[in-house]
Design a protein around this ligand. Structure first.
Ligand code: RNT
Ligand code: ZN
Length: 425
């Protein structure tokens, strides 16, 4: 393996790239400045395979499943924080951290989800302040005895609904508390797994119950500066193959009619559907949008985000719509089969590469070609853009942000694996 390139080498490569992009009317310096303002909310749940810290080993479910047995997963909040610090030190830019309710900290073994409050996140808040990270939030409607039937907020059982409604309300209170203290709204994302393996006899009943429950949860208004509610749709999950109450159509209509944010997860659609394609369809009707960047393989498998067509297409559409300020970005994957810290680093760096790739697009040239009917030029340019010296601009970003360029972060992850992760057996 080559050793890491010198600063001088990287600067020279960047200068050549800068000239090539300038020839197309693109200012790489400006693109780098804009990229530095792109914040990705990084999922806590990649660090421990979506287990959480409620001490109820083995209760999983809700249609999601982390697979793999790679050694060294974080077993407690301190390990998770330490692992994330390692990953974050290798990711360029300033980002956010995405918590789930099940990651609360408490000495009370009887504390259930309908009893949580901001005090159970005070250590996360202290840590986030030290790390200069803003926190986002998610109520946890899965991996719980009262979610075993497959239904929570859309359950026919009034007691089950009441429990989860209380959980939803408390999650908003916590998110508002986080937002007020960090001076940046905490986005609170509602993903509700409710659905069934086989064809239900009454889909509408469950959807009406879901509407009722959500309306009750959202009945209290919080200032936008503190928290923003989002609702995430899904096509199907493990055990909910035939029906998911909170489908895309359901939440698109719900979000617009209630003025809450819509979340689109890149893994939650039919395989040939594209989230990128939906962005310009939804943005005219929604004030904000939350994207869960993920990578489906055959089913909603939540693989680590990579620098692939689907991810590039998403960022390209956000850039073309000039909507980086309205589209909130989060990563959502959980891969237990590889080094979990590498997973974080690969996923977020790939997302940021896709953002940079979009920011370097000479969109005006493409639009001009299109407007004049010169669709051959439009296609030719798009193809030639793929092989411009993009990597040199990315490396310059890493250099400016004080993280290793190219593949040269990997050695530190390997070292941490030997020194820390392998000792956790
Ligand atoms: C599940 C959803 C949801 C979860 C997280 C853990 O299909 O994508 O966003 O992955 O809440
Ligand atoms: Zn998601």
């Amino acid at each position: 393996m080559f050793s890491a390139p010198t600063e001088q080498y990287l600067e020279q490569a960047y200068h050549r790239a800068r000239d090539e992009y300038a020839d197309l009317g693109i200012d790489t310096g400006e693109a780098l400045q804009r990229l530095a303002r792109v914040a990705v909310s990084i999922n806590c749940w990649q660090g421990d395979d979506v287990a959480g810290f409620e001490g109820q080993e083995g209760i999983t479910g809700g249609g999601i499943l982390a697979t793999g047995e790679y050694p060294g997963k974080a077993r407690n909040p301190d390990e998770l924080r330490r692992d994330f610090e390692m990953a974050y030190s290798l990711i360029p830019g300033k980002h956010r951290f995405n918590l789930h309710a099940m990651y609360r900290e408490s000495d009370n073994p009887a504390l259930d989800r309908d009893g949580i409050g901001p005090e159970h996140f005070s250590r996360w808040m202290d840590w986030a302040r030290e790390m200069d990270l803003a926190l986002d939030f998610n109520p946890t409607f899965f991996s719980h005895p009262l979610a075993k039937s497959g239904y929570t907020l859309a359950s026919r059982d009034e007691k089950v609904r009441a429990f989860w409604i209380e959980h939803g309300k408390r999650s908003r209170q916590i998110a508002a508390h986080l937002g007020a203290h960090q001076g940046s709204a905490s986005i609170n994302n509602f993903w509700v797994p409710d659905g069934s393996k086989d064809e239900p006899a009454d889909r509408l009943a469950h959807r009406e119950l879901l509407i009722q429950s959500l309306d009750e949860i959202f009945s209290l208004a919080y200032p936008r500066e503190q928290t923003l509610d989002a609702v995430e749709s899904k096509l199907f999950g493990i055990g909910s193959e035939a029906f998911v109450a909170g489908s895309h159509d359901f939440y698109l209509a719900y979000a617009i009619s209630r003025g809450v944010m819509l979340t689109m997860d890149a893994g939650h659609y039919h395989p040939t559907e594209s989230v990128a394609e939906k962005i310009s369809a939804v943005l005219p009707f929604c004030q904000d949008l939350l994207l869960h960047l993920s990578r489906p393989i055959r089913w909603d498998s939540d693989h680590v985000v990579i620098f692939d067509d689907a991810t590039r297409d998403i960022f390209r559409e956000v850039q073309r719509a000039r909507s980086f300020d309205r589209v909130h970005l989060a990563v959502d994957f959980f891969d237990a089969s590889i080094n979990r810290i590498a997973a974080w680093v690969i996923g977020v760096r790939s997302a940021l590469k896709a953002a940079l790739f979009a920011l370097l697009e000479p969109t005006d040239l493409l639009v001009a070609a299109e407007e004049s009917g010169d669709t051959a030029t439009r296609l030719a340019l798009q193809q030639e853009l793929l092989t411009l010296p993009f990597g040199a601009v990315w490396d310059k970003f890493c250099l400016d942000q004080g993280v290793p360029p190219g593949r040269f972060w990997l050695a530190q992850v390997k070292e941490y694996e030997q020194q820390v992760l392998r000792k956790r057996q």
